[in-house]
Design a protein around this ligand. Structure first.
Ligand SMILES: [Zn+2]
Length: 397
């Protein structure tokens, strides 16, 4: 068994960053302990351990992105606006080792069959990708004839996405939402795992009110509901605060910010306001909504550069810099909290027995230097060890 030790870093623990060494083997974290050197640093049976010098660096769990368009979102601006598939190495280089692959605006040419195939390709290449059924259209296209049977029978699926109050989308009404919630609760119990209703909040308020009514009507545990795009507009934030107060999970997207989307709120300000409104920190998450949309016109009338928008760590840093959260609390939004939503106690924490999905980061910029998933080094010096055979040449430099 090949041992690998991350030596000398400052390791994210449940009590904050602490100096520690992290031992891994066979894809699992074996131990986290005080720095050691000399013979006592080598546990029995590991004389040939590979050492990764992490002196002066941060060591954290791999990031968990709960909303990523791996197959390409977009398309709402004509055929030419359909986004390309996202190469897995770009995801790894952003420090993301687990993602939830989302259906996008176009269920016809981006069907669930393709989403599942790509999620499986991701898993073969080092990212734990799961997916959601449903999408922008109601009633949704499904794989097995129904949402309930999709999630029950297909282990890749962890729930259903619905778009509530988004122009172009068709949405279930309050009665259909109540039925859907009951079905999802039933499936969750049948499979004994996470089944989420991932609700993309849009610019119209009424469907969010329908969801609140459906929660009351159905009586299901509100923690199976995860509302996203809380920072889309003032009105979506108000809805997210109501739903977060009712026990739902609330997700914020760095893709949406005032410099890019008229009326959007900064993710940092949104987290502050959610906390001020007493939505519990452990129910909050950040997800990228990455690879979702084409370049937009920005305030000065020019167009932004094409970007896949995979950065979560910039918002983590900003939450700490602006005094909203400590750095360890901010990391919880992209590690422990989304892991808990997915009911994955083997992810999102650096502790013995957890998966060896680990990042080594620059302590100031949080630039990704090393990424491990399943105990394998996937990114070294910020670059994928095995670039995708389909990687866009513009990202090769
Ligand atoms: Zn999206």
């Amino acid at each position: 068994m090949q041992f690998l030790v991350l030596r000398g870093g400052s390791v994210l623990s449940p009590t904050g960053f602490v100096p520690a060494d992290v031992w891994t083997a066979a894809g699992t974290i074996l131990g986290v302990g005080p720095h050691a050197s000399g013979p006592e640093a080598v546990p029995p049976g590991a004389p040939d351990a590979i050492e990764l010098d992490c002196t002066g660096k941060l060591v954290t769990p791999g990031l968990i992105d709960g909303h990523l368009h791996i197959m390409g979102g977009g398309g709402g601006g004509g055929y030419a606006s359909r986004m390309p598939e996202l190469p897995v190495d770009a995801v790894l280089e952003a420090g993301i080792t687990t993602c939830v692959a989302m259906p996008g605006v176009d269920p016809l040419t981006r069907p669930l069959e393709g989403l599942l195939a790509l999620a499986r390709a991701y898993r073969q290449q080092g990212v734990r990708a799961v997916a959601m059924t449903g999408g922008f259209v109601w009633p949704p296209r499904t794989l097995t004839g129904g949402i309930r049977s999709d999630v029950y029978l297909i282990p890749d699926l962890v729930g259903v996405k619905v778009a509530l109050g988004e122009h172009m989308a068709t949405a279930p009404d309050a009665a259909e939402l109540a039925t859907l919630l009951r079905e999802l609760e039933w499936v969750g119990r049948m499979i004994g795992g996470a089944v989420l209703l991932h609700a993309h909040l849009g610019t119209v308020d009424a469907p969010a009110r329908d969801l609140e009514a459906a929660l009351v009507d159905s009586g299901v545990d509100p923690s199976i509901v995860q509302v996203t795009h809380a920072n889309y507009t003032e009105q979506t934030l108000a809805a997210a605060i109501r739903l977060g107060g009712a026990g739902c999970r609330v997700d914020v997207n760095p893709l949406l910010h005032p410099g890019r989307v008229a009326g959007a709120l900064s993710p940092v300000e949104t987290v502050r306001r959610l906390l001020d409104a007493e939505v519990p920190l452990e129910r909050l998450s950040l997800s990228t909504d990455g690879n979702a949309s084409v370049p937009r016109e920005i305030a000065d009338g020019s167009y932004e550069h094409y970007d896949r928008h995979l950065d979560l760590l910039g918002t983590v840093r900003a939450l700490e810099r602006d005094g909203i959260l400590s750095l360890e609390e901010a990391f919880g939004l992209v590690t422990a909290n989304p892991a808990e939503a997915l009911q994955r106690d083997d992810l999102g924490l650096v502790r013995p027995g957890a998966a060896a999905d680990l990042l080594v980061l620059d302590p100031e910029t949080l630039a990704v230097q090393t990424v491990m998933s399943d105990g394998v080094v996937r990114v070294r010096d910020g670059r994928a060890v095995a670039p995708s055979q389909f990687r866009d040449p513009r990202w090769q430099a």
